[in-house]
Design a protein around this ligand. Structure first.
Ligand SMILES: Nc1ncnc2c1ncn2[C@@H]1O[C@H](COP(=O)(O)OP(=O)(O)OP(=O)(O)O)[C@@H](O)[C@H]1O
Ligand SMILES: [Mg+2]
Length: 266
């Protein structure tokens, strides 16, 4: 077993052999002002990359562009060896199935059990109604869903309705559902935002540990400076529609980082 890594250290064995994501000159506007002016950066295998920026600076827009939940205005995104902009509908669906996403709002089905919700994660790579209900899922899929719940520390809550779980537990169910997808890259947009400080930290640590254990690239947005510092290997900062900071976390100056968390002047 690997020794736990200090914040900012890059996992041994995950030394970049090449970027898993290359963004070049990305421009985005939603029929109005330009949100992303010219964004270029890379992300490497097994490296946790934090994206910081003030409210409205375009962090979520950037994440959405990466998987074409919104179409970029121009620019190039190359991810997992694919030219994302060139993908047709079927290829885009297959591509998205390789990307795990954790949102601030987890979109679980409240009246279903934790296990049923996690089983939904398999739909990204396996279709058919049998994966929809835990009582009808094939045994091996069910066992994998239980293992995913175990990894997020919720095996004992498998049969409990998710609306009876705490906010932090619900977010962990959402993470287990994402693991069920067997993703190659994880995008997380403020997974800690709706949670109390302790649960938020627990969720960030869990995501970071899981990514490290599985050698996954994690691209994470957090509004908490201390989480950004503790749970990333590299930080990029968005301001004025551009990346104005790109540093290894271990070399980041907290005073400079703090400016990215302040609201821009009106
Ligand atoms: N679907 C949309 N249509 C029009 N404008 C949008 C849309 N989504 C976002 N915007 C605008 O784009 C800008 C960037 O929004 P975005 O949500 O990407 O910022 P953010 O950095 O994630 O902010 P926050 O920290 O508040 O989450 C904002 O001015 C927002 O109002
Ligand atoms: Mg956002």
């Amino acid at each position: 077993m690997n020794a736990p890594l200090m914040a900012g250290e890059v996992a041994a064995g995950s030394t970049p052999v090449g970027p898993v994501l290359h963004v070049r000159d990305l421009v985005k506007s939603y029929d109005g002002p330009v949100i992303l002016r010219s964004v270029s950066f890379s992300a490497y295998a097994g490296v946790s990359l934090a994206v910081i920026g003030a409210n409205g600076s375009g962090k979520s827009t950037l994440l959405k562009c990466l998987i074409r939940l919104t179409d970029p205005t121009s620019g190039q995104i190359e991810m997992l060896g694919q030219d994302v902009g060139a993908l047709g509908p079927r290829a885009l669906r297959r591509f998205r199935s390789r990307i795990g996403v954790v949102w601030q709002k987890h979109n679980l089905v409240p009246r279903l059990s934790a296990l049923s919700n996690v089983l939904h994660g398999v739909q990204a790579r396996m279709s058919g109604p049998r994966s929809w209900w835990q009582w009808a899922a094939p045994a091996e899929v069910r066992a994998e869903a239980m293992a995913c719940l175990g990894r997020v520390g919720l095996a004992d809550k498998a049969l409990q309705r998710v609306d009876s779980l705490s906010g932090g537990q619900q977010q962990r169910v959402a993470i287990a559902r994402m693991l069920m997808q067997r993703p190659e890259i994880v995008l997380a947009d403020e997974p800690d935002a709706s949670l109390d400080p302790q649960s938020g930290e627990d969720v960030m640590r869990l995501l970071s540990d899981l990514a490290r254990q599985d050698g996954l690239t994690l691209i994470v947005i957090s509004h908490r400076l201390e989480h950004t510092m503790a749970f990333s290997d590299r930080i990029i900062g968005l301001a004025g529609g551009q990346i104005t900071l790109d540093v290894p976390t271990a070399q980041a100056d907290p005073v400079k980082l703090r400016r990215f968390f302040d609201k821009p002047p009106e």
